[in-house]
Design a protein around this ligand. Structure first.
Ligand code: NAD
Length: 329
């Protein structure tokens, strides 16, 4: 019995793979390495290949006795999805459909899917519950919403059971500092703050500080990547226990503003974060944070770490790996 993890050489996938292998679960990672890193896969087998390669997926599922799939593999850049939508329809939507067909052909009927809070677009209310309207505002977000619906239909037509985990803002790095987010391929706030703090970029741009929030900057729900990883293990256990198809928010329930992230970084690192305030960015919601009650009720999961743990672990990772993962020799 083993678990197939697609995209397991990427940021969130590699942290999840480590938690699975630490729990003595047999894991096989399938990653194209287009955006992932061989060095991020610790103590698990890595197969380099594409989720759309159905022969490969069927063979892996059959040969390794796969019973469940965790599906991270996708493209995730909102901006790129608007300039090159086909890349997102083909990889995120068509690729996932091919993966699911291959899993089912091999008799695997349980899937945990990486969805995103971006499916809600700009939420009318906070905290955001799973019953909030689905209103994607980018091709990327639409690709996640489409896959959620495709998975629901596979439940109806083929008996697939799936959990779509709607991640809020993943951040931080592993406690032991061995794996973290490669800032070369990230536009997320925490890596950008670290880059500016370490002098590896110019000053951070704060996109607007005149929003209707206490300090004028946008508010997001930052969730530690190890807490996020733990949610996948909880979702796998839920499916293993016979749980039916569902979609669940994965956030802390607490929002932090851009200035709060900057202040926490200054306090924890003892360094000034160079930043400049720029104009608002179109399409940025003022505030988004999760109502995590469903995750607690359904999966028995809740976040254990807060902003300080995120900043502390990210700081140690980026300080020690300013160039991300080393180039392969
Ligand atoms: N990082 C976040 O804050 C966040 C938030 C919401 C949702 N997500 C979703 O979580 C998932 C993982 O995100 P991440 O931050 O770890 O991204 P990442 O880019 O670090 O990891 C994605 C991995 O998938 C691999 N991949 C992509 N297409 C593939 C394919 N066709 N076949 C095989 N491998 C392929 C890449 O090489 C990479 O290793 C993605 O689906 C992303 O959309 C991420």
């Amino acid at each position: 019995m083993s678990i197939l993890v697609t995209g397991g050489a990427g940021y969130i996938g590699s942290h999840t793979v480590r938690q699975l292998t630490r729990g003595a679960t047999d894991v096989v990672v399938l990653d194209s390495l287009e955006l992932g890193h061989r060095q991020a896969v610790i103590e698990a087998e890595l197969v380099v290949g594409d989720i759309a390669d159905q022969e490969l997926v069927i063979g892996l599922c059959r040969d390794r006795g796969v019973t469940q799939v965790v599906h991270f593999a996708a493209y995730k850049s909102v901006g790129e999805s608007m300039s090159d939508p086909a890349r997102y329809w083909l990889n995120n939507v068509a690729g996932t459909t091919k993966l699911v067909e291959a899993m089912l052909a091999a008799g695997v009927e349980q899937l945990v899917f990486s969805s995103s809070c971006s499916v809600y677009g700009t939420p009318a209310h906070n905290p955001v519950g799973e019953d909030a309207p689905i209103h994607p505002e980018s091709v990327y977000a639409e690709s996640k919403a489409m896959v959620e619906r495709i998975l629901q239909w596979y439940g109806v037509t083929h008996g697939l059971r799936s959990v779509s985990l709607r991640y809020f803002n993943a951040a931080g790095a592993s406690d032991d500092g061995r794996i973290g987010e490669d800032w070369r391929s990230s536009q997320n706030l925490v890596p950008l703050v670290m880059k500016a703090t370490l002098g590896r970029s110019g000053p951070l741009t704060v996109f607007g500080d005149d929003y209707p929030t206490p300090d004028g900057t946008c508010i997001r729900d930052y969730i530690h990547v190890d807490d996020l990883a733990a949610a996948h293990l909880a979702a796998l256990a839920y499916l293993d226990g016979g749980g039916s198809t569902t979609a669940v928010n994965v956030g802390t329930g607490t929002g932090s503003s851009v200035y709060e992230v900057i202040r926490a970084t200054e306090r924890i690192t003892g360094r000034a974060v160079p930043y400049a305030v720029g104009p608002r960015r179109s399409g940025d919601p003022v505030a988004t944070f999760a109502d995590p009650a469903t995750a607690q009720r359904t999966l028995g999961w809740r976040a254990c770490r807060g902003l300080d743990e995120i900043i502390d672990s990210a700081w140690r990772w980026h300080r020690d790996h300013p160039d991300g993962f080393p180039a392969e020799g």
